[in-house]
Ligand binder design. Structure first.
Ligand SMILES: O=C(O)C(=O)C[C@H](O)C(=O)CO
Ligand SMILES: [Zn+2]
Length: 276
C-alpha cells in the first residue's frame, strides 16, 4: 500500500535525495494485469495505473478507501497513454485511443478496463479526488480537444497544452486535468515557474526514450531541489512547491490538480529573481 503523507516546507529543507524521492516520486505505476495505486494525503489525490493485458481489470481499492465501491465518494479521470482500450462504466463502453480522456463521476459502481490488443495494450493513467456530487461521465477524445500553443524557440519551451477537465471543459467537483506536449528540441516545462497554494498538482511524465530523463524541479522558490524522473513516472507536487522540469529530450506530461478551485489561470507567477 503506497501512502504518501504531507511534508511541510520547513522539514523539506533538510531532506536527503532519497527522502525527497520517497515522498514525491512514484516510480512504477504501470504493471501488467494489475491496478497500481498511490494515495497522496495532499488533497487526498489517488494516482494510479492500469495495464490490462490478459485480464479485465476492475476499479477497486476498497481495503484502503473502506467504501463499498471506489467511486462511492470519489470522481476519477482516466487518460489512455497506450494502445486502444475500453473502459466500461456500469455496463456502458467508452473506447479510448492514446491521449483520450474519460471523466467518471461519483456514484458509478462498476468500472472495468480492457485492452483491444494484448500485443499493444492500453495504459490507463488514473487520477481520483474526493467528490461531493455526481457530474456526468464524459469522454473527450484528443481529436476534439482544443490545443493551446505556448512558449518560444529562444526559451526551448514550445509546447501544446490540452485541457480536459476544467472550468470551461468537462465538469468535475475538484479534479482539473490536462496534457502538455513538448515539441521536438524543446525541453522546458512550466518555466517561468508558478505556485498555487490553493491546489496540489501531480505530473505524469511519458513518451520518453528509456535513456531520457526529466530533471523535475520542486520546493519553495528559494529552496529548490531536483528529482531525476524516468519515462512513465509521476511526481506529487505540494501546494507550496514549484513544479517545473527540463528534459534530456522532449517529452509529454499529464498534469492533474485537486483543491480549492478549478480555474486553470489561478496561478501565482514566480519571478526568476526569486528562484534559488
Ligand atoms: O506546460 C505548462 O506550463 C503546464 O502544463 C503547466 C501545468 O499545466 C500547470 O502547472 C498548471 O497549474
Ligand atoms: Zn501548476
Amino acid at each position: 500500500m503506497d501512502i504518501r503523507y504531507e511534508v511541510n516546507p520547513i522539514d523539506f529543507k533538510s531532506y536527503s535525495t532519497s527522502e525527497v524521492r520517497e515522498a514525491f516520486l512514484i516510480e512504477s505505476l504501470f504493471q501488467t494485469d494489475t491496478l497500481q495505486w498511490t494515495y497522496s494525503h495532499y488533497d487526498r489525490l489517488v494516482i494510479g495505473g492500469a495495464v490490462p493485458v490478459e485480464k479485465t481489470l476492475r476499479l477497486d481499492w476498497s481495503d484502503v478507501l473502506k467504501t463499498a465501491y471506489f467511486l462511492e465518494r470519489r470522481e476519477i479521470a482516466v487518460i489512455n497513454i497506450g494502445g486502444e482500450g475500453t473502459v466500461r462504466v456500469d455496463g456502458e463502453a467508452y473506447t479510448l485511443v492514446k491521449r483520450d480522456c474519460l471523466y467518471i463521476g461519483k456514484g458509478k459502481e462498476v468500472v472495468q478496463f480492457e485492452s483491444e490488443d494484448a500485443a499493444y495494450p492500453a495504459r490507463f493513467y488514473l487520477v481520483s479526488a474526493t467528490a461531493h456530487q455526481s457530474y456526468p461521465t464524459k469522454k473527450l477524445p484528443i481529436s476534439e480537444a482544443v490545443p493551446t500553443k505556448l512558449g518560444t524557440d529562444a526559451e526551448s519551451n514550445c509546447r501544446t497544452i490540452y485541457k480536459y477537465i476544467h472550468q470551461e471543459g468537462i465538469q468535475s467537483c475538484q479534479l482539473m486535468v490536462g496534457m502538455t506536449l513538448l515539441e521536438p528540441n524543446n525541453m522546458w516545462n512550466t518555466m517561468p515557474a508558478h505556485l498555487h497554494d490553493r491546489r496540489m498538482e501531480a505530473y505524469l511524465y511519458f513518451d520518453m526514450e528509456p535513456s531520457s530523463r526529466v530533471m523535475h524541479l520542486m520546493g519553495q522558490p528559494n529552496e529548490t531541489r531536483h528529482i531525476i524522473v524516468k519515462n512513465e513516472q509521476a511526481i506529487i507536487s505540494p501546494p507550496w512547491s514549484i513544479h517545473s522540469g527540463v528534459g534530456t529530450s522532449h517529452y509529454t506530461f499529464i498534469w492533474a490538480m485537486a483543491g480549492e478551485n478549478y480555474t486553470f489561470t489561478d496561478m501565482d507567477p514566480v519571478p526568476m529573481e526569486a528562484l534559488t
